[in-house]
Design a protein around this ligand. Structure first.
Ligand code: GLN
Length: 501
């Protein structure tokens, strides 16, 4: 049974938005502080030699593990969303997800190899529960037709990025000045702050997300609980076997299989909805147009998600990080993305409105292709930066900052546009599932990003400029092909509007 909800249409307590948004804004801010603060250090920690306090893993394996980790975080959003909808409700999913995340960071704070991978599994599981549900809850704060919804999401996106900036700065500083495990501990404290804040301000949500939307029947609940316990036991068993050395795993080939598997799941799910449901021809055209957006999104994240891996290593090893006697922590470079998001978001919001006023309405597919091409041009900047490094000099910090600037402009052209495309172009009765399927593009992109970054060979720095040039050319070519295809599909994007007119 769903709790009675009070209307929030006249609630303007948080910058003109429902007061419940402040609860979600600050909770997600702290969660992202912990997520990005820790994530920024992962590859650095794994590749650091054992003598220096790291794990001494090769770059190829460390970036593959990193790709698997970030890919898994997005993949787990699918079951996480389902568990909230059908079993425990969003509020509980956020609360328990946050607790699991905090435990994960605490495990990482223990300076021991065996707790490291268990900590990562905890963060993956907890984020899968928390992240999709807190995002969905934002939308539920607004009554149908409330025009503040889009700007509410913009505000929420600001919270995400403010949290990320705090995470990069605090954890990055602690890593350089005190040590990795203190930085991981700070991530746990950040998540703890988010949890306390969430608990204390829960009332502002007025019952939204307190209950599952369509609760499972009792037998269904029992079956699912059994399936969950089995999945947990299998994960625990497999982790034990891997850690005790009984089962050997090559992270690079595992990442290749996983990328392939998620791609098959993505195409299979998409094809099943397209072919085996009762779609009208307008809905089919609409889904056809959305497919291009998904392809662009996959290529985009495969490049963009190198921020934490190959670009991070470039920042640590080949960038001049000294301003006088002050050493810039490597993680700080990644905060450029979040800082640019906060600075550029208002400009982009105005840009889309102005383009619409001038009757210039690029299709979703075209905007995403342009976003992909702009992101790819960031790697041309890296081509030049890598040439400086290959010549034996340290590259100036502005190379990385310029790359992140282009990556952020690309992100703002593609990421919010793609989300809006999913909600507009999916048949209403499949809206939730399509959002889940779309999230798989982040997951595939992240795993592929890890594999691509594995070619970043510190022993063979001469081939680095070429690596970045190849990534750039490949992504630009993909962007151009997608842009060309949108000429054919742009009319499909309005097929649903025409059918409903
Ligand atoms: N930086 C954003 C977040 O953490 C978006 C990441 C993404 O969409 N892949 O929510």
């Amino acid at each position: 049974m769903t709790a009675p909800l009070s209307s929030t249409g006249d609630d303007t307590a948080f910058f003109g938005h429902p007061n419940g948004l402040s609860t979600l804004f600050y909770t997600e801010m702290w969660e992202r502080m912990s997520y990005y603060g820790m994530r920024a250090l992962l590859v650095l920690y794994m590749t650091l030699s054992i003598q220096e306090g790291g794990l001494g893993i090769t770059v190829a394996s460390a970036t593959a593990i990193y790709g698997l980790y970030t890919g898994a975080v997005y993949f787990m959003g699918l079951p996480g969303g389902w568990i909230a909808d059908r079993m425990i409700g969003s509020q509980n999913a956020i609360w328990y997800g946050g607790i699991i995340i905090m435990c994960g960071h605490l495990l990482l704070a223990i300076p021991h190899d065996s707790t490291f991978f268990i900590g990562l599994i905890f963060v993956v599981a907890g984020t899968g529960l928390l992240k999709p549900n807190i995002g969905a809850l934002v939308g539920q704060l607004y009554p149908t037709g409330d025009e503040r919804r889009d700007s509410g999401y913009t505000l929420y996106y600001m919270g995400i990025n403010i949290g990320s900036i705090i995470g990069y700065l605090v954890c990055g500083w602690l890593q350089v000045n005190v040590g990795y495990h203190w930085a991981f501990g700070a991530a746990a404290i950040g998540m703890g702050a988010g949890l306390i804040q969430f608990r204390l301000s829960l009332g502002k949500l007025h019952g939204h997300g307190a209950n599952p939307t369509v609760k499972l029947s009792s037998p269904g609940m029992r079956r699912t609980q059994l399936a969950l316990v089995t999945a947990l036991a299998l994960t625990a068993g497999l982790t034990y076997l891997i850690m005790s050395g009984s089962v050997a795993i090559d992270p690079v080939s595992l990442a290749q299989y996983v990328a392939l598997l998620i791609t098959v799941v993505f195409i299979g799910y998409y094809a099943a909805i397209y072919l085996f449901t009762d779609l009208t021809s307008a809905e089919k055209k609409s889904l056809g147009a959305l497919f291009l957006v998904c392809v662009a999104s996959t290529f985009f994240w495969a490049g963009f998600e190198q921020a934490g891996s190959s670009l991070n290593l470039f920042g640590r090893d080949y960038t001049d990080r000294f301003i006088g006697s002050f050493e810039i922590p490597p993680a700080w470079f990644q905060s450029a993305n979040s800082i640019f998001i906060v600075l550029l978001s208002p400009f982009f919001a105005a840009l889309w409105i102005n383009l619409t006023k001038r009757m210039i309405n690029p299709s979703y597919g075209l905007k995403c292709a342009v976003g992909l091409i702009i992101m790819a041009s960031g790697f041309i900047v890296m081509f030049f930066a890598a040439q400086v490094a290959a010549s034996g000099l340290q590259a100036a910090p502005y190379w990385l900052i310029a790359t992140y600037f282009l990556h952020t402009v690309g992100e703002l052209c593609l990421s919010p546009v793609a989300l809006s495309a999913v909600s507009k172009l999916s048949p209403k009765r499949f809206a939730g599932q399509m959002m889940g399927v779309f999230t798989l593009t982040y997951s595939i992109g992240s795993v592929v990003a890890g594999l691509v970054a594995g070619n970043f060979d510190p022993e063979n720095i001469q081939q680095m400029p070429n690596l970045y040039l190849q990534i750039s050319m490949f992504s630009i070519a993909a962007g151009l092909v997608i842009a060309f295809c949108t000429l054919g599909t742009r009319h499909w994007e309005s097929a649903l509007d025409r059918a409903n007119a």
